[in-house]
Design a protein around this ligand. Structure first.
Ligand code: SF4
Ligand code: SF4
Length: 75
């Protein structure tokens, strides 16, 4: 399911990605599972997405959306 770009989901992401050791700097645009990857190079020191409420709610798979982009949406 495609992740909706909503203020609620952005808030959840900022609380989750915001504490991740791999968070790119600058971190824009956040909500990488919806908005896609950052232009900033990412040092992969672990990904906290699997513990995220958005990740669970949308049944996502994978990790490092900040580096790899949004997951493929399944219908
Ligand atoms: S799954 Fe990852 S990228 Fe998506 S909202 Fe959660 S922490 Fe952010
Ligand atoms: S997408 Fe994953 S690796 Fe990237 S900042 Fe969010 S939790 Fe960390």
């Amino acid at each position: 399911m495609r992740v909706d770009d909503t203020p609620d989901n952005l808030d959840i992401c900022m609380g989750n990605c915001g504490n991740c050791p791999s968070l790119p700097h600058p971190p824009a645009p956040f909500l990488y599972c919806s908005r896609g990857r950052t232009e900033t190079p990412v040092n992969k020191d672990g990904c906290d997405c699997s513990g995220c409420e958005v990740f669970k709610r949308y049944g996502l798979e994978g990790a490092y959306f900040c580096a790899e982009g949004a997951p493929e949406a399944e219908e």
